[in-house]
Structure formats: C-alpha cells, structure tokens
Design a binder for this molecule. Sequence first.
Ligand SMILES: N[C@@H](CCC(=O)N[C@@H](CS)C(=O)NCC(=O)O)C(=O)O
Length: 219
Amino acid sequence: MTLKLYAHPFSSYCQKVLTALYENGTPFELRKLAHDDPQVMAEFAALWPIKRFPLLVDGSRTVMEATVIIEYLGLVYPGPVRLLPAAPLAALEVRAMDRFFDNYISTPQQKIVFDSMRPEADRDPLGVADARAMLDTAYGWLNDVMAEREWAAGDHFSLADCGAAPFLFYADWTHRIGPAYPHVLAYRKRLLARPSFARAVDEARPYRSYFPLGAPDRD
Ligand SMILES: N[C@@H](CCC(=O)N[C@@H](CS)C(=O)NCC(=O)O)C(=O)O
C-alpha cells in the first residue's frame, strides 16, 4: 500500500513531515495540492474538511497534524532514524520542544504572514506587534537552550528538529533572527545543512515567489 501525502512543497508544516520522510527514506506518493488540479483538491477536501495540510493517507486510515503524522510513521513505518526516543522522559523533552516550535515560532510567524495578505482595512497591527514580540522572546529562550545543544532535544536529530527546520527557516524571513541570537543562527545553519531538510528546501525553490512578504535572496 503506497502512503499518500497531501501537501505542498512550499508549506512549512509539509516540510516538517517531508523532512521526517526523507530522514528514513520512506516511500510515499506526493498528492500535490494545487488549484489547477481540482481532482487532488476535491480528494483532500473530502478527506479533511478542516483543509489544513499536510494530511497522510495510509489505506483506509487518514492521519492529520504534522506531529501526529511523524509519530505515526515512527510507529508503523519505522526506519533507521528514530525521531522519537524510546525512553519516555527523553520522548517528553522532544515533544516539549516540538510544541515550542509549533506554538511560539510557527504560530506567530504565520500570524505576520497571513496578516500581510489581508486587505489593508482588515489588518491587525496589535496582533502583529504581539507576534513579533513573541518571536523575540522565543528566539531569546531558544538561544540559551541551543548554547548547550546540537539538536533541539540534545545529541540526536528528532521530531522537534523536523519542525524547527522549516519554522526557523521562514521565521528568519519574516522577523529576522538577529546577531543577538548566535546559537539560534548556528542551529538554523545546521538544520539547513541536514540533507533531509536541504532536499525539502531545494524542492520548494520554484515556489519562492509565493512568499507574501517577498523571499530574501539567501538560503
Ligand atoms: N496544526 C497543523 C497546521 C497545518 C497548517 O497550518 N498548514 C498550513 C500550511 S503550512 C495550511 O494548511 N494552510 C492553509 C490555510 O491556512 O488555509 C499541523 O500541525 O499540521
């Protein structure tokens, strides 16, 4: 049975799952979400009316939410790279860092981007200022954590790094990670050098013009 992933290469949450799939060389069929492919869009809408992607389909089972998809892959299609440690407390640390990147890096980053896509009159400057403040706070906290670590949860690349990679990638484009956060910048560089994420970034290059704030000429 071929795994099907409904996703788009430029989406950060999709890159989170693609990084996990590439880490383990897990075979899958990409059902690329594109408005000029109504068949795929209709399949996706029927499977998941919430219409947030990525979405994994394994036979009769539908798995939503990037984190849950990665945990599912580890349980049902384990590969050489274990992305969630077997020891419960070590796994808890990975999950805590995964939540940190979703809630305090990706969520404020997306707030800024989505706000920029609204008509001028519907914008939310206070919400955007709060999101920028949250990113500064999150960069500061992460800088202290990463002073002591190679990967998000310690010595081993994990689920938390799968999310950190695209979220820090786009966060820097949205609200620059300044020189006050050298350990975050060095970590982002390590993530970009990781072959699994580097592949996801390369596959998304053709779509850079989609970035609503304008993609910078780097990375
Ligand atoms: N909580 C979801 C978030 C997924 C998400 O926000 N995906 C974005 C793409 S990066 C999306 O579906 N955007 C479409 C929309 O907001 O309508 C997860 O972890 O998978």
